[in-house]
Write a protein that binds this ligand. Structure first.
Ligand SMILES: [Zn+2]
Length: 134
């Protein structure tokens, strides 16, 4: 390595967000706007999306509780070297993606495809700049 970055002190980097969970009592199929879908997907997922309609159980909000979405970067030698070299974030991101790292927006989008949250909720907490298109 070209500097004194101590790779032995970095075990991992965890990124996390809480996003609202669709209410299980009133959740129903939902079609978000094509523009919103296009911000995250090159083609709309086959299974579609869901959204809570609002009911007594959720106080009419359509949401009940929260989901924990996360990403975990465990540094392999290439990642450690990139960090130690002080590379720009975009470069670190490129290296991490090539090593199998999944940004937290990918976790969130998988949850939306399973109907656990809405695409609008993801856009509210994780704008497209946080991730890559699926
Ligand atoms: Zn509800």
């Amino acid at each position: 390595m070209s500097n004194d970055f101590r790779s032995d002190v970095l075990a991992g980097v965890l990124g996390q967000r809480l996003i609202r969970r669709n209410c299980p009592k009133c959740r129903a199929p939902h079609a978000p706007s094509p523009a919103l879908v296009a911000q995250y997907f090159s083609a709309p997922p086959a299974g579609g999306f869901s959204k809570g309609k609002g009911c007594d159980a959720c106080g009419g909000t359509g949401f009940a509780g929260q989901l924990d979405v996360f990403e975990l970067l465990t540094p392999d030698p290439a990642v450690v070297e990139t960090i130690g070299d002080g590379a720009p974030v975009d470069e670190l991101r490129r290296i991490a993606l090539s090593r199998g790292w999944k940004p937290l927006v990918e976790d969130a989008l998988a949850r939306a495809k399973r109907g656990e949250t809405t695409l609008g909720e993801i856009a509210r907490k994780l704008p497209p700049r946080y991730g890559v298109r699926s």
